[in-house]
Design a protein around this ligand. Structure first.
Ligand code: ATP
Length: 395
């Protein structure tokens, strides 16, 4: 009986007059479908940025100019026009962008979608209203805006964002370019990691040489610079450098005062060994610092920048350490000598793209509980090159 009733209801359902609730549901579904598509019409971006007007330009990065825009629904966006040096085909670009647009986390700059127009390729990001971290920590007139609590929360947020990219997003994403200028701050000082997955959008072939220039930066893990061995531990190294920069207000690549050390890592290690870590601290933090927490973060920064990638903790362990009041931490060994970035060189044949999807050669396995080797660094004797454009020139 019940069965036949439901059969009849099923038959008459399509003929029922739609209620406003039904219509609303349908509209919602359409909206969700459109959002899922993540494909922005070019005209929408032209209107949002006032035809890419120079006054809307936020800056020029290595991948092309970035413009601020506002969508009709009021959302603010940042539109990155990829330079034509990306030799990726349209279909591949759309596939990769679609994949990256699924990467969503509070501590990464979310990619809202993408657009293709003729030869042009564009990425549409959520707009992050405050500036990048480097504009605060290295500028004497802005340092005070970041007291210790804010800096600690920023460290913890970046750690969570990186953990997500490494372990919790659909594919493992090794960022490769963690640095202060790639962390944007929102109006509540929440840190957002920018520029993840760019290597996926800029694959190279042997005939294509991108002229992206990157200067010395002091963030790159030595094993990556020297041997092209890429693993999540390269990001852990860069994260460690960033932690020590956030605490000291000094750039690793250029200490602004005279100390008996080659760079910030070396200085931090020497102070740590003498039991005087806190001397590393930015003087503007004196009144707000929780000294025990600062000392813990210095030790954490040193653990992350150890020369041996296998000794560096995973981001999962970093997040755990940061969430505890008291942690037993290992004694850090000597820091690695950070690498510099030079003009991109050609990629050797057979090198895969950067996101560590399974089956690619830049793979890793993350050990989420221990501090032992979680990186399966590539062990080829031939140096391998990062298709991001930040390559060492080894010859
Ligand atoms: N989502 C965003 N919201 C707000 N501003 C942004 C956003 N993305 C980028 N910007 C700004 O646009 C400018 C260019 O950024 P982009 O990331 O392209 O290059 P960069 O970080 O300056 O250099 P590089 O490409 O070498 O990392 C920067 O000033 C950055 O702060």
């Amino acid at each position: 009986m019940d069965k036949s009733k439901s059969f009849i209801q099923h038959l008459i359902k399509p003929f029922k007059i739609k209620s406003s609730k039904d219509r609303k549901n349908e509209e919602d579904l359409e909206r969700i479908a459109r959002q899922e598509q993540k494909l922005f019409p070019y005209e929408t971006l032209v209107a949002a940025t006032k035809d890419f007007h120079p006054t809307h330009k936020l800056g020029q990065g290595g991948f092309g100019p970035v413009y601020k825009g506002k969508l009709n629904d009021g959302r603010e966006i940042a539109v990155k026009k990829l330079s034509h040096s990306s030799n990726q085909g349209m279909k591949e670009f759309m596939n990769e962008a679609k994949l990256l647009a699924r990467v969503q986390h509070r501590n990464v700059v979310n990619l809202l979608g993408y657009c293709v127009h003729g030869e042009e390729k564009l990425l549409v990001y959520e707009y992050v209203s405050n500036e990048s971290l480097d504009k605060f920590i290295f500028k004497s007139n802005r340092r005070e805006e970041l007291d210790w609590k804010r800096r600690f929360d920023i460290i913890a947020g970046i750690a969570r964002g990186l953990l997500y990219l490494h372990e919790d997003s659909h594919n493992c994403i090794i960022h490769r370019d963690i640095k202060a200028s790639n962390v944007l701050l929102d109006d509540k000082w929440v840190p957002k990691i920018a520029d993840f997955g760019m290597a996926r959008l800029f694959p190279e072939d042997e005939t294509h040489v991108n002229t992206r220039v990157a200067g010395t930066n002091g963030y790159m893990a030595p094993e990556y610079v020297m041997h092209g061995n890429l693993s999540v531990k390269a990001d852990v190294f860069s994260f460690g450098v960033l932690v020590l920069e956030l605490i000291s207000g000094q750039r690793n690549s250029s200490l602004s005062f005279n100390v008996d050390a080659q760079n910030l890592l070396d200085w931090a290690y020497k102070l740590f060994k003498k039991g005087r870590s806190l001397e590393l601290m930015d003087p503007t933090l004196a009144s707000s610092a929780a000294t025990e927490q600062v000392a813990m973060c210095i030790q954490l920064g040193l653990l992350c920048t150890q020369g041996d990638p296998q000794l560096r903790p995973t981001m999962r362990r970093v997040v755990v350490m940061l969430s505890k009041k008291h942690v037993n931490m290992e004694e850090p060994s000597r820091p690695g000598v950070p690498g510099s970035r030079y003009r991109r060189s050609r990629r050797p044949p057979g090198m895969s793209s950067s996101v560590g999807t399974s089956g690619e050669s830049d793979t890793h396995t993350s050990d989420s509980t221990t501090n032992t080797n979680s990186a399966t660094a590539t062990s080829s004797a031939t140096p391998r090159f990062d298709p991001h454009g930040k390559r060492p020139m080894l010859s």
